[in-house]
Design a protein around this ligand. Structure first.
Ligand code: MCA
Ligand code: AMP
Length: 468
């Protein structure tokens, strides 16, 4: 079944109920359906057809939802781009996805212009035949090779994921869902948007999470359901006890994922808010794989058990997965796809152990991926940029623990001439998303290497200077 037929549970059956709050306005599910029907017709009118790609470079806003729905109603493949990405990163995605168009604020395809132009069009849904194996989106994930790869996610992948977690986390139309996460990642897109439209609850979408406004937003909207990354939960620990207690009163479920939630944060959060955060584990390529149980023990430091329909096993320490949630492969990259699977099992690159009663604990990653505030960083991408700069002979980028962000990147440079660190930092700021800019640049005489020449990142010195 195509996703739009599945979403009709909300779009049609609840058409007169308020489904969305955005910038202080309420929208019924019927209005959301109509807006995206019109936009779907505009996409067709502008020459897009099933299988074409549409890149979307937008912060959270209602038009992002409209565009996603318009895409799945026409078979156009939605390609979201992280709004924090700069030209170098965006250029790669556009060259790889070869979209028919790019939607960006102030661009040739501006979201508000599109909405305005679509307003006069037929409000009925255009006809489109799709099966569940059709691609719904291509989501770019940082690659170990230094450039990101597009993970193809099908209608069935998203449907399996949404039906699973709506059931497992008992999400119903009675929930009030507060979503501050960016829709360009699958956390907000695959879990947030799809669960909302599957369950038919009311969602308040925020442009982004702002810790200064978090308490006011909770007290005003009174959500029952919230999805966050660990950095958000660490921020919420700073809220005064009485306010936190009030924020927790109407809440039913706090979910955390995308990066490890430290056990002490779960404990401190429990005493402040009166809720045990439910931690789960997912990937762009697989959507959600494992979750702590809603009804059973939510065990700190673990990611729980495989979700229904997901098979997981540990092979030489690494988690291997199979299930209807697992993507079919990378966009136009058969070599990467082949390398990612073994006998039909997806190799996650995550190292884990499993307790006798089936709870998985993630212990690290096979690659040197850094996760900062829930955003992924592959050191290789930063290393390649640094190596292009004058005076840089050798370089290694490694993770440094950070209380708020979990990890932050730090660059270690061996000079081969005069180094201008300020200028190098400036280049990073202009060419990389802000979360990828190294928090410190440390000059070293040599990088610690194994006999085979591989850099031993764990032996790098701690940086003397640190900014947060
Ligand atoms: C952060 N910034 C943003 C956004 N988020 N800018 C625009 N839109 C955003 N959505 C920028 C800020 O401008 C600032 O830039 C820097 O990031 C840090 O901001 P700060 O106010 O200090 O924020 P914070 O309190 O530290 O919180 C950051 C955050 C953000 C809200 C936690 O990191 C975030 O939204 N993370 C979630 C990412 C996510 O959804 N990941 C899922 C991917 P500057 O540095 O220039 O000042 S993983 C995934 O999808 C898998 C499947 C999974 O398992 O979920
Ligand atoms: P992404 O490539 O952005 O989809 O990020 C996926 C990666 O995030 C996974 O391979 C894990 O390494 C990490 N991740 C997601 N959820 C968790 C979690 N609950 N605990 C630890 N790591 C996580």
């Amino acid at each position: 079944m195509a996703l739009s037929d599945h979403f009709d549970l909300s779009l049609l059956l609840r058409k007169d109920e308020v489904g969305l709050e955005w910038l202080g306005r309420e929208y019924t599910f019927g209005e959301i359906d109509t807006r995206s029907n019109r936009l779907a017709r505009l996409l067709l009118q502008r020459g897009l057809t099933s299988g074409d790609r549409l890149c979307v470079y937008l912060a959270n806003r209602i038009e992002m939802i409209d565009l996603y729905l318009a895409c799945i109603k026409t078979g156009v493949i939605f390609v979201p781009i992280n709004i924090l990405y700069r030209e170098r990163e965006i250029t790669h995605i556009i060259a790889d996805a070869e979209p028919k168009a790019l939607v960006a604020t102030g661009g040739a395809w501006d979201p508000e212009d599109l909405t305005r132009e679509s307003e006069g069009l037929d409000a009925s849904r255009p006809h489109c035949t799709l099966d569940g194996d059709s691609p719904a989106a291509i989501v770019y994930t940082s690659g170990t090779t230094g450039v990101s790869k597009g993970a193809i996610l099908t209608h069935n992948n998203f449907a399996a994921n949404a039906i699973n977690i709506v059931t497992c986390w008992q999400i119903t139309s009675a929930d009030r869902f507060l979503l501050p996460l960016p829709l360009f990642h699958v956390h907000a897109l695959g879990n947030g948007l799809h669960c909302w439209l599957t369950a038919g609850c009311r969602m308040r979408l925020l442009e982004r999470f702002e810790h200064q406004r978090a308490a006011a937003e909770f007290l005003d909207f009174q959500p029952t359901l919230f999805f966050g990354v660990p950095t958000i939960y660490v921020r919420l620990l700073d809220i005064a006890q009485e306010t936190a207690k009030q924020m927790g009163e109407k809440m039913r479920l706090f979910v955390s994922g995308s990066a490890p939630l430290p056990a002490h944060v779960l404990e401190e959060f429990r005493s402040l808010y009166g809720h045990v955060i439910l931690e789960r584990y997912g990937m762009t390529e697989t959507l959600m794989n494992m979750s702590n149980p809603y009804a059973g023990e939510r065990r700190a430091g673990t990611v729980g058990l495989p979700l229904p329909g997901v098979s997981a096993r540990i092979e030489a320490g690494e988690v291997y997965l199979k299930g209807p949630n697992v993507f079919p492969g990378y966009w136009r990259n058969p070599a990467a796809t082949e390398a990612a699977f073994s006998d039909g099992w997806f190799k996650t690159g995550d190292i884990a152990t499993c307790s006798p009663d089936g709870y998985f604990t993630l212990q690290g990653r096979r690659s040197d991926l850094i996760i900062s505030g829930g955003f992924n960083i592959y050191p290789r991408e930063i290393e390649e940029l640094l190596l292009e700069q004058p005076g840089v002979g050798e370089v290694a980028v490694a993770a440094q623990p950070d209380r708020l962000k979990g990890e932050v990147p730090v660059a270690y440079i061996v000079a081969k001439g005069r180094l201008n660190i300020e200028q190098i930092e400036q280049v990073c700021r202009s060419q990389l998303a802000s979360f990828k800019v190294p928090r410190a640049f440390v000059t070293v005489d040599a990088l610690p290497r194994t006999a085979l020449g591989k850099v031993q990142k764990h032996l790098l010195p701690k940086p003397a200077t640190k900014r947060s």
